[in-house]
Design a binder for this molecule. Structure first.
Ligand SMILES: [Fe+2]
Length: 251
């Protein structure tokens, strides 16, 4: 019997495989199917150990260990499927997903998601007849989207290479867990011969450096090192094994 999470895994592999790559029409159809299937995933489908979701109250690193736990379900050269578990009141700092698609489905608790989209100043400059202007090296204009509260009964959030590609995620009112489907994966990309690193950012007050950007939604993001209060530990996935083409095992 193929379980729900195995179906999600198989469909994610099909959708995001780059060799051979799907046509745009087929990609859209597969993506929509994947989105709908993902929206039905629960902690039971992942066989998630409820000890991992235990609420110890206000996070205390010396007592509780890492603020965030990472669990990998599947990874190949084109897609990563994983779960992030956030303890109470912690966050995945503002980070990007270079050239990546992402689907984020909360399966436990609730999170706030603050997303941003980089503004392509070169394109915008051409359209407006003005010079594209990046304020400073390591500083990037971005559109700030409405902050969302997302819980386990809500549908998945999307991100794609050019839209909502940067986000910060806080747990709300206790521990939270979400399933992430990311493509292509972070790390070495042999198909493109490059390294896809995760970068961290901080929003800065742009009203004094770039008044033309301060129209409410437009902000500046500055690249920063990995915040010292953020780190992950890892735990093993205990749910049904995900394989590519019907080679799943497990219940
Ligand atoms: Fe992310």
């Amino acid at each position: 019997m193929t379980t729900l999470i195995q179906k999600v895994g198989r469909l994610a592999v099909k959708t995001f495989r780059r060799e051979p790559k799907l046509s745009a029409t087929a990609f859209n159809a597969h993506y929509e199917q994947l989105y709908n299937l993902l929206n039905t995933v629960t902690t039971q489908d992942l066989n998630l150990d409820h000890q991992l979701l235990y609420d110890r109250g206000t996070f205390n690193a010396s007592r509780d260990g890492a603020p965030v736990t990472y669990m990998q379900l599947y990874e190949d050269s084109d897609v990563t499927i994983c779960v992030f578990i956030l303890k109470r009141g912690v966050r995945l700092p503002l980070h990007d997903h270079p050239g990546m698609y992402g689907l984020l489905k909360v399966v436990y608790g609730a999170v706030s998601v603050q997303s941003y989209s980089f503004i392509d100043t070169a394109v915008e400059g051409k359209q407006s007849g003005l010079m594209g202007s990046r304020p400073l090296p390591g500083v990037f204009p971005a559109n700030k989207h409405q902050q969302l509260k997302v819980c386990a009964s809500d549908p998945a959030c999307h991100l794609c290479p050019g839209e909502q590609n940067i986000h910060e995620i806080y747990s709300l009112d206790g521990p939270a867990a979400f399933l992430d489907v990311l493509s292509p994966p972070y790390g070495p990309d042999e198909r493109l011969g490059m390294e896809r690193d995760c970068h961290y950012y901080q929003e800065i007050d742009s009203s004094w450096t770039a008044p033309q950007l301060s129209d409410g939604n437009r902000v500046l993001l500055v690249s920063i090192p990995t915040p010292s209060d953020f780190w992950c530990d890892q735990t093993d996935y205990q749910g049904p094994t995900i394989g590519e083409d019907g080679d799943e095992h497990g219940s």
